[in-house]
Design a protein around this ligand. Structure first.
Ligand code: R5P
Length: 310
């Protein structure tokens, strides 16, 4: 069998180290150079020839820098005769650019998928894409994991006797329903309309939240605009308490502090994106064990979907 070789980009070294520790493999060194003209150059400092190469890079701020780094690493691995090049992208930020909903706009989710393949990526492992159809943007196999197992394990420790899961929008309602099923809870969803990157409107909540302990579930929290709007509606409709959970805790524009100051009991996210800020209300769940298990199964040619179905 081909040897595994794991490299990490500079976006999230802690997660790469954690994944390597779970896999019990060394993290291979990478040299990243920036020239005077601002161009980057990557050198993978370990043999790739005929290896099963995994490159771990989350597309987090600065997204464009990290994307180019990932493309260069894939190109370097392919040029070094890797047997297979796997991109492990815990947060695929361009997934939010997935449709032409205004004239003459780009669809970054599709373009970046093509760029990765052009750079030499043979396979992608990712987590909770903004919408499931983004999976289809890739012309190479994609293993699309979710973090519902980790999030559900966390909330199982809480008193759920009066709880309901609420998705901020109908697009995420299916995932929220799957999450609710894991916990044996009912589900509700907001009727959300996004006006701009910083403005959303939730006209109503479909489902019963009055007097309930709400668990809000979303794929990501960026500026928090969605959650703040939902909190207003939940308050109006008499929710008893609100906890907030998501896979990708991006917390742009100081959203974590603002959210913690709002009337929420707790905020739960995963470490798919690096997070410097801390808060007593915040719990960060690690996706490293799940990603390591998926990497191991991909490497050994075993089923990945069966691992995440239950
Ligand atoms: C949007 O449709 C997503 O599911 C999230 O609700 C959104 O990305 C969160 O962004 P923000 O926190 O800035 O509202």
């Amino acid at each position: 069998m081909r040897e595994i070789a794991v490299f990490g980009g500079s976006s999230h070294p802690e997660l790469t180290a954690e994944i390597c520790a779970h896999l019990r493999v060394p993290q291979r060194p990478v040299l990243l150079k920036r020239f005077a003209n601002d161009c980057l150059e990557v050198q993978l400092q370990s043999n790739c020839r005929e290896r099963d190469v995994f490159i771990i890079q989350s597309l987090v701020r600065p997204v464009q820098e990290h994307l180019v780094e990932l493309l260069l690493m894939a190109d370097a691995a392919r040029g070094a005769s890797a047997g297979r090049v796997n991109a492990v992208i815990p947060h695929y930020a361009y997934a939010r650019s997935d449709k032409k909903d205004a004239p003459r706009i780009s669809i970054g989710g599709r373009l970046v998928a093509d760029l990765l393949v052009t750079a030499g990526v043979d396979r992608v492992l990712t987590l909770n894409l903004h919408s499931p159809q983004v999976h289809g943007f890739f012309s190479v196999p994609v293993d699309h994991l979710h973090a519902l197992r980790e999030l559900a394990a966390h909330f199982r420790q809480r008193d759920l006797s009066n709880a309901v899961v609420v998705s901020p929008d109908l697009g995420y309602a299916k995932s929220a329903a799957a999450f609710a099923r894991r916990l044996g809870l009912p589900v509700a969803a907001g009727a959300k309309e996004r006006i701009s990157d910083s403005e959303v409107r939730i006209a109503a909540i479909i489902g019963d939240v009055a007097g309930r302990d709400v668990i809000v579930l979303d794929d990501e929290i960026s500026r928090g605009t969605t959650v703040f709007e939902l909190l207003d509606r939940l308050r109006e409709q008499g929710a008893r308490s609100v906890a907030v959970a998501c896979t990708h805790g991006l917390f742009a524009d100081n959203a974590l502090d603002k959210l913690a100051a709002a009337d929420v009991t707790e905020i739960v996210c995963t470490n798919s994106a690096p997070l410097e800020a801390e808060h007593s209300k915040l719990t960060i769940l690690s996706v490293a064990p799940a990603l390591a298990e998926a990497i191991s199964r991909i490497h050994n040619g075993e089923s990945v979907s069966s691992l995440f179905d239950h």
